[in-house]
Design a binder for this molecule. Structure first.
Ligand SMILES: *Cc1c(COP(=O)(O)O)cnc(C)c1O
Length: 395
């Protein structure tokens, strides 16, 4: 048995995406900037992909800039809004404590350059409250950046309400929608965002390619100097095959959203109910406002890393929030932000389901996690102290 339950980290490429990209690797390999037919065919493919992606998110083609992925799109969105803000003497940014590191580390860099960043807390369920966003906006706020869905605990944020507030207050709004695009219905006009980041490998496209939506009129600064590609907003020869594959993957993913959600939500909830029967365990994130694929639990008295290794032995590829950056022993900033104490945050498990997951696989995971958690607790000094009432259970 092998179950890949780490789809929030990356997904396998869809057949349609592989087939769409293959001709652009060996046959139609021209440089889109070249004037002969072979180059122009590559250029046409890039522009057709741009049109398709734009249509799938409710945008116009010229509002889409291709990047190397979600991290680059986040960096470019935030640094662009900061540059525009700085010119107008506005150096304050509003965000929240559970953003991806591509956002948080970019904000840290801006802080070192003299920007002031307000990181809003989240509710115990992991929701950013629109009223808190409204309260944090100041005269000198040049950007609000709040993710569409969280990569660790799967919470879906009220970005339409936040977008409405930002529009009313005249503040640019960016959303890191890497976990949402291709997974839940999404339209940039409905959200009312100025900037939106996405990444192909999170929706069955290839790794190393993504896009940044920038509403017409929203200025982008280039992070990479060089040629005039992407209307001077992103130098470098286009990743033609990757871009074509991303558009094919997105078309397929968006088309399958209703059907996938109808299939996944009951299986996700079956997995949640099964894991909730393990003693001293708790679901992380909101039970209802969450991605159809996401299950995240804390188990008291164990280490997430040991859990992952033993699950790997049983054929389950999963993730723990406790060592997102490998080598780091810091517990997940997301779990700490929703109020999990350090010790409990270390014992976390994220299972992010693929669309093809079966009920048998869900039941196998419930059984395997239950056994492995019991096994690890069997020789955990932390668990022994809890049972001996030397320390208090939190969950
Ligand atoms: C994966 C992810 C990113 C980074 O995307 P890459 O394409 O891997 O650089 C950014 N934000 C979120 C929410 C993600 O899940």
């Amino acid at each position: 048995m092998f179950i890949y339950a780490d789809n929030a980290a990356t997904t396998k490429m869809s057949r349609a995406a592989v087939e769409a990209m293959t001709p652009y690797l060996c046959e139609c390999y021209g440089n889109p900037s070249s004037l002969y037919a072979l180059g122009q065919r590559a250029k046409d493919a890039v522009e057709a992909a741009r049109e398709k992606i734009a249509r799938l998110i409710g945008a116009e083609a010229r509002e889409i800039t291709f990047t190397s992925g979600g991290s680059e799109a986040d960096n470019q969105a935030i640094l662009s809004a900061a540059a525009v803000g700085a010119k107008a003497g506005k150096r304050h940014i509003v965000s929240d404590a559970i953003e991806h590191h591509a956002v948080l580390h970019t904000l840290k860099k801006l802080e070192r350059e003299g920007f002031e960043v307000t990181l809003l807390p989240v509710t115990p369920a992991g929701i950013v409250e629109p009223s808190a966003v409204e309260g944090a906006i100041r005269e000198d706020t040049c950007l609000v950046t709040v993710m569409a869905a969280n990569n660790e605990i799967g919470t879906i944020q009220p970005i339409e309400e936040i977008g409405e507030i930002c529009r009313r207050r005249g503040v640019p709004f960016h959303t890191d929608a890497v976990q949402a695009v291709g997974h839940i219905p999404l339209d940039v006009r409905t959200i009312g965002c100025d900037l939106l980041s996405a990444s192909a490998h999170k929706f069955h496209g290839p790794k190393g390619v993504g896009f940044l939506y920038a509403r017409r009129g929203a200025k982008l600064v280039s992070l990479i100097e060089g040629g005039a590609q992407e209307r001077n907003k992103r130098a470098g020869t286009e990743n033609v095959a990757g871009i074509v594959a991303m558009a094919a993957a997105l078309e397929e993913a968006v088309g399958a959203i209703p059907e996938n959600a109808a299939r996944l939500v009951p299986l996700r909830d079956r997995l949640i109910a099964g894991l909730a029967r393990i003693p001293h365990a708790a679901l992380n994130g909101d039970p209802a406002r969450r991605l159809p694929s996401n299950v995240n639990f804390c188990f008291e008295g164990i280490e997430g890393e040991s859990l992952l290794l033993l699950l790997d032995d049983r054929g389950i590829a999963a993730s723990s929030g406790s060592a997102c950056t490998s080598g780091s022993l810091d517990p997940s900033h997301v779990l700490l932000a929703i109020g999990r104490p350090h010790g409990v945050a270390h014992g976390s498990l994220r299972l992010s389901l693929g669309e093809d997951v079966t009920e048998e696989q869900v039941d196998y995971m419930i059984g395997a996690v239950g056994e492995v958690v019991a096994h690890l607790r069997g020789f955990s000094p932390v668990w022994r102290d809890l049972v001996a009432e030397k320390t208090q259970f939190v969950l």
